[in-house]
Design a protein around this ligand. Structure first.
Ligand SMILES: [Zn+2]
Ligand SMILES: [Zn+2]
Length: 389
């Protein structure tokens, strides 16, 4: 893929660790079959890099959208859910915007939570591109929304006759997993990356052989997203449901499913589970489990927000799973790094060796706290203070 002409959101400003810690916020009133919407909103409200961004009001302070803006709506909602003293709020602005989030949504109808999530994230992506609609495709993948949820899949077809390889790459916002033949998410991911034989009617036109040939096609994750959304395909075309339990881990190593095997662990941590209970897509009930910024798990079922343990979280009939990348884990280390910086800034006399030691420590902590994307502004001491030391 061609390099982007412009970076629309600096990756260094995406912070995976929580900027503030507190217990889970408000529950959400069900305003008539709106549990599909409530459960998705709650999962997004506690997705660390998205919530950090929305809580900072950075978007609305520079938003150039005229009229409907999904990111502004989400920003207002998340701030309200986090900061209200009420035990539950009404997500009225999101509900009023429903027809603009997706033209096929009908007020009062039970909708598919995955569909709503997809439309919401896409609407936020559109909002991030407002005023810059003319950007090349690569640049469009540099919005904050795509940098949080987006990854790239590689599809590789290998001709069985001449061994010629052809690659193509496509962006994704979530990974749909077939669960019919899998009893766990890891088994479903293994099936997802298993080479598929293209033969007979599905033969492949090989350019080098110049004929239809038998070939092997394989998907792998070329670039992993910061927040990995997995959708367990429970509903068939007619809305009929596969109700079986599919096991999913608290920590998921993505290495076996990547195009290039990485040397380091690519360990994702479960951050939210969206559950569907009931027999079909058009009926039943949605609720979710999310990990709040205090590091604790909560069951969120419309107005109800209740503490629960990880064993409960891992025992659900999951529909959507949200995993966050390794860099999101180290909230504690990040706070420690901030504390160190404060000490450096407050200390009037610091010996050169001590300063050096602190700088090394901070660099290490910064790396741990934010992985690929250290939030420099938050962690580096101001340059002027440095000079004084
Ligand atoms: Zn906006
Ligand atoms: Zn060939």
């Amino acid at each position: 893929m061609a390099p982007p002409q412009r970076i629309l959101f600096s990756p260094e400003k995406i912070c995976m660790g929580w900027q503030q810690r507190q217990r889970a916020g408000a529950g959400l009133y069900n305003l008539g079959n709106t549990c599909f919407l409530n459960s998705v909103l709650q999962c997004l409200t506690y997705t660390p890099p998205l919530a950090n961004y929305l809580l900072s009001h950075e978007h609305s302070s520079s938003c150039r959208q005229q009229g409907f803006c999904m990111t502004c709506i989400m920003e207002a909602h998340v701030n309200n859910a986090w900061n209200t003293s009420a035990s539950a709020i009404q997500p009225r602005d999101v509900i009023s915007a429903l027809p603009r989030i997706g033209g096929h949504f009908m007020l009062g109808m039970q909708e598919d939570a995955h569909d709503f999530l997809r439309c919401t994230v896409t609407a936020m992506q559109r909002a991030c591109l407002a005023g810059s609609s003319a950007w090349d495709t690569s640049s469009q993948y540099t919005t904050i929304v795509h940098q949080i949820f987006g990854g790239f899949l590689r599809s590789r077809v290998t001709c069985c006759s001449c061994k010629a390889v052809s690659n193509s790459c496509e962006a994704f916002l979530d990974v749909p997993l077939d669960i019919e033949a899998a009893s766990s998410v890891t088994a479903a991911l293994e099936n997802f990356v298993k080479p598929e034989r293209l033969a007979g009617e599905n033969s492949f036109q090989c350019n080098r052989c110049d004929e239809m040939v038998t070939a092997l096609k394989r998907f792998t994750i070329d670039c992993a997203p910061r927040v990995l959304t997995l959708c367990l395909k429970r509903f068939d075309f007619y809305g009929k449901k596969i109700g079986k339990f599919v096991q999913y881990p608290q920590y998921l190593d993505l290495r076996p499913y990547m195009s290039q095997g990485a040397a380091e662990l690519l360990l994702y941590t479960l951050n939210a589970v969206l559950v569907h209970s009931g027999g079909s897509c058009q009926a039943g009930h949605y609720f979710c489990y999310t990990k709040a910024s205090d590091g604790l798990w909560y069951q969120m079922d419309d107005t109800l927000v209740d503490r629960c343990d990880i064993n409960t979280v891992l025992a659900q009939q999951a529909y959507l799973l949200f995993y966050v990348s390794p860099s999101a884990i180290a909230v504690v280390t990040q706070n420690l790094a901030k504390e160190l910086i404060r000490i450096v800034q407050d200390t009037v006399i610091v010996t050169k060796q001590y300063k050096k030691f602190l700088q090394i420590m901070m660099a290490k902590l910064r790396k741990e706290a934010c992985g690929r994307t250290p939030p420099r502004s938050a962690l580096l001491p101001p340059a002027r203070k440095e000079e004084q030391l």
